[in-house]
Design a protein around this ligand. Structure first.
Ligand code: SF4
Length: 694
């Protein structure tokens, strides 16, 4: 324990790790941060925190932080420290010259779900108003883009339907493809409290996660499905509900498109969707599945919580729509204790999507093809906006390899470590003539960068994050930026180096522009956030205090829409060379690729990534606990230690992706969601064999 002194003041801010969005008091002694204390008035966390968030400030002062801008002519040259002016001028000149040579659409941006709403808004504005194209994408591409698509199609807006408090009114909780205990610990505590008070639990997950059986909690049903069969399982649940007449017909008639429901009901009633017909495919006991469907339909208020085990599949969007169908079938939308809730991984996934990061949508999820929407931003920004959607991240990389995409400004994301098919990402980056990495550390992507712009941590800036329940929380500056500038200022300086003439003096001014252009944020301003602590969008004239529960009287799109969800098997197949299925997840003490948690001084955070393998699969391979094993797929291989456990079923192995040495994404395939290109991280055919170590 380091003695840092007695606090003499505190600043309330928001955790920068997961989508729960816990509020903290940063307690200061002068300019030294003494400790982070969970804020008892925080509406997302009610005075609680997890071990990650409590120590989340440690990385801010880590020696690995880069605090001076750097440039280099070629990626083989050594980095050269330069002034901010020199770095920004170098970047702007290169980007402009690439546009002159290869066209306006030859450059683009990647926004970050780690950065504030205001920063994200500016980065997509940089692409649209300064670069003159819609080549903007976000790291949400690789996590929750299917949520955006699936909930948008069915309900009319791309967000969770209820607030965290709502779980206290839930009678039946379905957790599918999520592990809240490790991924969203503070919400998991509230969920467990409700379960201990008597709510029933259905877990749909290939792995026996902690919630299935933990002290005082026992899931009523665990459906350990074969990875890649989510759609078949969700359809089988719907099949039981429809064919046994368990649906809420009054709700469906009143709230949903009846013609589309009838079409869907005819589809889902087909015996090929029954639990019995799909059991061989899914590996789920039909009797257990039928019992789970009956419980969800008639067990009282039913709420569904899901995570990346739903979205990161070639049918991620289809599963999201299937989940929405289940909620509408049973009337579980629009009141406390019910609903559909994506558990967002990163602190501001929701916000980065809300702020127009996607190449086809302006802020507020409005398509760029809409002339009336473009007109709003054209008037606000004083430029003409391209009506053609831009490139997604994988398309940017493909175009780079083809020689037509030449420059990238990447803020707060390490695409070389977090995106699928590492070799292809590296090839795309290597083919570009101007890669600008704006980050805290020299990450893996920076190996291919020509410009490095040092970033600022959440402690060093003002702004807002939007959590998984659409709650807009204030981020407040605790210490001055160690690099001299907050990230929003750096984006503004880059825009101005390219001739933009932006004059934002504070993130509050950026929020004013967001409110003026984005109907769901029309009532949001910093004064309201000071007064209320936080608000949930939509916050506007119709909902001046914000909206804890959505779709109360009607869906955002009017009538709820049932969508036919046909199961299509992934192209990733097991076979004699790769007989096992690998799926991935995370552990409580680490956060994503570990860039922050690995640089925070707490010894319990330095575990390695392990390969969970069933004892039967280990035995036939001659493996013992702790052995080094070679994990190989068609895409690549890595080495890690084995952990024998019956948490995974025979035929399934599991690992985490927190340590760069493991390089789990060298193993994963380049298959992706049919609608959004979200990578299929959760299903990879692999072989495991004894190894001598790395
Ligand atoms: Fe931070 Fe998430 Fe932990 Fe809350 S639950 S303290 S937001 S990591």
């Amino acid at each position: 324990i380091i003695e840092l002194g007695t606090p003499d003041r505190s600043v309330v801010t928001t955790c920068a790790y997961c989508g729960v969005g816990c509020s903290f008091k940063a307690e200061m002694n002068g300019d030294t941060l003494v400790r982070m204390v969970p804020y008892k008035h925080g509406k997302a966390n009610r005075g609680h925190s997890c071990v990650k968030g409590r120590f989340a400030y440690g990385y801010a002062h880590h020696n690995d932080r880069i605090l001076k801008p750097m440039i280099r002519e070629r990626i083989t040259d050594p980095w050269q420290e330069v002034s901010w002016d020199e770095a920004l001028s170098f970047a702007a000149t290169r980007l402009r010259s690439l546009q002159a040579q290869y066209g306006k659409k030859s450059i683009g941006v990647i926004t970050s779900s780690r950065c504030t709403n205001e920063e994200t808004y500016l980065v997509q504005k940089l692409a649209r108003a300064v670069f003159g194209n819609n080549n903007t994408d976000t790291c949400a591409r690789v996590c929750h883009s299917p949520t955006g698509y699936g909930l948008g199609q069915t309900f009319g807006t791309s967000a969770g339907t209820q607030d965290f408090d709502s779980v206290e009114h839930t009678d039946v909780v379905v957790v599918i493809g999520a592990n809240p205990t490790d991924g969203h610990p503070v919400f998991a505590s509230r969920l467990k409290k409700r379960l201990r008070a008597g709510a029933k639990l259905i877990v749909i997950d290939p792995r026996r996660i902690d919630l299935v059986k933990s002290p005082h909690i026992s899931a009523a049903h665990h459906l350990p499905l074969r990875p890649g069969t989510n759609v078949a399982v969700v359809s089988a649940l719907a099949h039981v509900i429809v064919t046994e007449g368990l649906m809420d017909e009054d709700f469906i008639r009143a709230r949903c498109d009846w013609d589309e429901f009838q079409h869907y009901a005819e589809f889902i009633s087909n015996p090929r969707h029954s639990p019995e017909a799909t059991a061989m495919l899914t590996g789920v006991d039909p009797a257990e599945l039928r019992a789970a469907a009956r419980l969800f339909a008639h067990g009282g208020n039913g709420a569904i919580y899901y995570g990346l085990g739903v979205t990161e599949h070639s049918q991620g969007s289809t599963t999201v729509m299937g989940i929405a169908n289940l909620a509408m079938l049973t009337g579980n939308i629009g009141r406390p204790g019910v609903g559909v809730n994506p558990l967002r991984g990163q602190n501001n996934v929701q916000g980065s999507c809300d702020m127009g990061s996607f190449p086809h949508e302006l802020p507020g999820y409005r398509h760029v093809k809409g002339p009336e929407v473009r007109a709003v931003f054209e008037e606000a920004w004083g430029v003409e906006i391209d009506a053609e959607p831009g490139l997604r991240i994988p398309n940017m990389l493909d175009a780079a390899v083809d020689g037509t995409f030449k420059g990238l400004y990447c803020q707060g994301e390490d695409i070389l470590q977090s995106d699928p098919d590492t070799k292809h990402v590296a090839a795309g980056l290597a083919a570009m003539d101007c890669v600008i990495v704006h980050d805290l550390f020299l990450n893996e992507t920076a190996n291919y960068a020509h410009v490095f712009l040092p970033g600022s941590t959440f402690l060093e800036k003002d702004g807002t994050f939007t959590n998984a329940e659409r709650r807009i929380n204030r981020v407040r500056k605790v210490i001055p930026p160690l690099n001299g500038y907050a990230d929003w200022e750096i984006t503004q300086m880059l825009a101005n180096a390219m001739g933009a003439g932006w004059t934002y003096s504070h993130p509050a001014r950026i929020m004013e522009e967001i409110a003026a252009t984005t109907p769901s944020f029309a009532g949001v301003d910093y004064a309201l956030l000071e007064e209320k602590g936080s608000v949930q969008w939509p916050c506007n004239e119709a909902h001046p205090e914000g909206t804890p529960l959505m779709h109360v009287d009607g869906f955002m799109r009017g009538k709820g829409r049932f969508i036919v969800t046909e199961y299509v098997a992934t192209d990733e197949k097991t076979g004699p060379r790769f007989p096992l299925l690998l799926t991935t997840g995370r552990i409580l003490s680490q956060y994503n690729v570990g860039a922050q948690t690995r640089r925070t001084a707490n010894v319990v955070w330095h575990e390695e990534d392990l390969l969970e393998i069933h004892p039967h699969d280990a035995e036939v391979r001659g493996l013992k606990e702790g052995d080094w094993v070679r994990l190989a797929s068609r895409a690549g291989e890595t080495t890690l230690r084995a952990m024998l456990t019956d948490r995974v079923s025979p035929g399934v192995v599991y690992t985490t992706f927190h340590h760069p040495d493991t390089q789990a994404n060298v193993i994963t395939t380049d298959y992706s969601d049919w609608a959004t290109n979200c990578p299929e991280y959760k299903v990879t055919a692999v072989q495991v064999s004894l190894s001598n170590g790395p």
